[in-house]
Design a protein around this ligand. Structure first.
Ligand code: PLP
Length: 409
């Protein structure tokens, strides 16, 4: 960063502070990861300067021949990785991808059915303050409060009543597998399209570690920066021929102008990494770590929504501890464990307070953690939740020591 240091010491200091924050703490935020140095180099490349509105071979600017090859490479690798017939790698984010996908399948005013935010869905699945809840007439399905699993029977009933054009499945805090076939059957029965948002488990699906919705859902959207371990961004897949053109137009010119070619190059690198056998091993370890963390937390008397996990995250139910997610998050943060509060099914508290804590293993697995480390992390979390402030200094020392042994990529 010698040029930043010379030209802009203020920004240089901030970037160094962030690097140090990440290095000295452990990230258990389920939606975060540490991308490779190659991914970050691509983000900083000359591709950042190039305008390339349109698609490869059909651009509105000259000089796009390299950009065309970059985008084709990213698309080809994405298609290979997920076994899809079409990939759009231009969406700037997961939300942009979702809005573009909805508008390729329905009109403003049409009906959308998505998982409720307080059940682990995402803002872009029809939340009232998201454009997705304002553009579409959105209804939401939830979880069975006893099991914490998607209530498929209630979803089916709601689909029959609401008659949505699109059902969106997938979420941000759901630790279990989604039954894609079952939701597709529900969608078919009411004439809806199924959209699978795999932002969270994309890397696990790419690694073939959990079932893929590609070929089952009409459209699959995702972010590229969570378990997929790439740059911040979005992507859309489909195998439906009649949706390819609407999806292209909905991304550009519908919702975006020029694509970020630097990010697309970084996506290509991340997809290339994900195609290597080592990525599958990493994904397997992510799941093994989440399961080990869950078991160790339960052994220490903590409750987990659904009792455990099939994926990269566990959701701790703090009600028995009589502590809010906000207070738990703050305690962990003081001890250099970066986590986030989360609503749990039937949560009596509001979203800014919550009764749950979401813990994810992608970032710590990227730093090399294994099952034994998860027992140490569970121990640290239990000490904080049980002992409160008096445990912070001791746990912080332990977490800092663990972090200093495991450098960032
Ligand atoms: C399920 C799901 N969809 C979409 C998104 C949105 O991604 P972005 O923040 O890139 O807009 C997220 C982000 O957390 C997510 O969890």
């Amino acid at each position: 960063m010698k040029h930043i240091e010379a030209n802009d010491p203020d920004v240089h200091r901030l970037i160094l502070r962030e690097e140090e924050r990440q290095a000295c703490s452990l990230t258990l935020i389920a939606s975060e990861n540490h991308s490779s140095k190659a991914v970050r180099e691509a983000m900083a490349s000359h591709l950042t300067d190039k305008y390339a509105e349109g698609y490869p071979g059909r651009r509105y600017y000259g000089g796009c021949e390299v950009g065309d090859d970059v985008e084709r490479l990213a698309r080809d690798r994405a298609k290979e990785l997920f076994g899809a017939g079409y990939a759009n790698v231009q969406p700037h984010s997961g939300t942009q991808a979702n809005i573009a996908a909805y508008l390729a399948m329905m009109q403003p005013g049409d009906r959308l059915l998505g998982m409720a935010l307080n059940a682990g869905g995402h803002l872009s699945h029809g939340f009232s303050r998201s454009h997705t809840g304002q553009l579409f007439e959105a209804a939401s399905y939830g979880l069975d409060e006893n099991t914490g699993l998607i209530d498929y029977a209630a979803l089916e009933k709601l689909a029959q009543e609401h008659e949505p054009k699109v059902i969106v499945a997938g979420g941000s805090a759901y630790p279990r597998l989604v039954d894609w076939q079952r939701i597709r059957a529900i969608a078919d029965a009411v004439g809806a399209k199924l959209m699978a948002d795999i932002a969270h488990p994309a890397g696990l699906i790419a690694g073939g570690l959990i079932p893929s919705p590609v070929g089952i859902a009409h459209v699959v959207t995702m972010t590229t920066h969570k378990t997929l371990r790439g740059p911040r961004g979005g992507m859309i897949l489909t195998n439906e021929d009649d949706l390819k053109q609407p999806l292209n137009s909905s991304v550009f010119p519908g919702g975006q102008g020029g694509p970020f070619l630097n990010a697309i190059a970084a996506k290509a690198i991340a997809f290339g990494e994900a195609l290597q056998p080592a990525f599958k091993d990493w994904g397997r370890q992510v799941i093994a770590n989440a399961q080990a963390l869950g078991v160790a937390l339960v052994e220490r008397g903590l409750d987990l929504v659904t009792g455990g996990t099939d994926t990269h995250l566990v959701l701790v139910d703090l009600r028995a501890k009589d502590m809010s997610g906000r207070d738990a998050e703050e305690l962990c943060l003081q001890a250099n464990l970066v986590v986030n509060k989360n609503l749990i099914p039937g949560d009596p508290r509001k979203a800014m307070e919550t009764s749950g804590l979401r813990l994810g293993t992608p970032a710590v697995t990227t730093r090399g953690m294994k099952e034994d480390h998860m027992v140490e992390l569970a121990d640290a979390i239990d000490r904080l939740l049980t002992g409160g402030e008096s445990e912070v200094a001791g746990v912080r020392e332990k977490i800092s020591a663990l972090a200093s042994d495991l450098p960032l990529p």
